[in-house]
Design a protein. Sequence first.
Length: 141
Amino acid sequence: MESRITIITLGVTDFQRSYHFYTELGFKTDAKPTDHIAFFKTSGTVLAIYPLDKLAEDISPDISIEKSAFSGITLAHNVKQKNDVNAVLIQAQEAGGRIVKPAQDAFWGGYHGYFSDPDGYFWEVAYFDQFKYDENGNLVL
């Protein structure tokens, strides 16, 4: 297996609500709010949304769709300027998300905060002055 993630799919309970949330954040897609799946273009990995019950059914007819408050996974959006952390958190809140950790200095030396999307998926918005980015905005390790 190559060390690459092609698509991250989020199971959502209200497709149209999630569609509008992500398009208001600036994610681009050719999908319509009436479609059953949306693929959002990013500079790397594709982000998809798909109805939660259908996603669970695709995995196994016996899988439970009950979620805990924290699934053990976060998504991250790193920014190039410290003040962009606050701006993205506000943008997410205005689009229908919830700020769960206001922007603040991080123990690892950066500046970050968290928001959750309408389905409770947690996104970290972070700035770290030691990170470098390529011409497409991808993190260079």
